[in-house]
Design a protein around this ligand. Structure first.
Ligand code: DQA
Length: 148
């Protein structure tokens, strides 16, 4: 089973970016813990990051063969109809994740255009959101496999 993990804009700056909001772990630190969990769960993961909306759309369109997606669309969560439509277009379950609790923050972050096309959303657990997201994705993919 292969899971694709997609990170949106500015997440490459984790560690130094607004550490009071996002913590001090870097994206590499998070990726290492995801790789350890993937090995434990016996699944393969590919991890990507893009600062570009179209780049993220391309990744989703090319995700054939992946059993599920874990996506932190970052700021595009709140603006991107294109990413939402790409998720809706492919028959791959998606788990939306956020490091911060977007509902506790500025009002413009309270709306996610992605949630209506995601299986569910995990928000507010810091780097642990990625771990919970991967666990959720594997469980959803297994359930889907069982019904097909
Ligand atoms: C974020 C929340 C978004 O509102 C913000 O634009 C981000 C990161 C998070 O992981 O908490 O870049 O997706």
């Amino acid at each position: 089973m292969k899971i694709l993990i997609i990170n949106g804009p500015n997440l490459n700056l984790l560690g130094t970016r607004e550490s009071e909001v996002y913590g001090t772990k870097t994206l590499d630190d998070i990726n290492e813990s995801l790789k350890r969990l993937a090995a434990e769960l016996g699944v393969e993961i590919d991890i990507r990051q893009s600062n570009h909306e179209g780049g993220i759309v391309d990744l989703i369109q090319k995700a054939e063969g992946y059993a599920a997606l874990v996506i932190n669309p970052a700021a595009y969560t709140h603006t991107s109809i294109a990413i939402r439509d790409a998720i809706a277009a492919v028959d791959i379950p998606a788990v939306e994740i956020h490091l911060s609790n977007i509902y506790k923050r500025e009002e413009f972050r309270h709306k996610s255009l992605i949630s209506p096309v995601a299986c569910g959303q995990i928000s507010g657990f810091g780097p642990e959101s990625y771990i919970l997201g991967l666990r959720a994705a594997v469980s959803i993919a297994n359930a889907k496999k069982g019904t097909s």
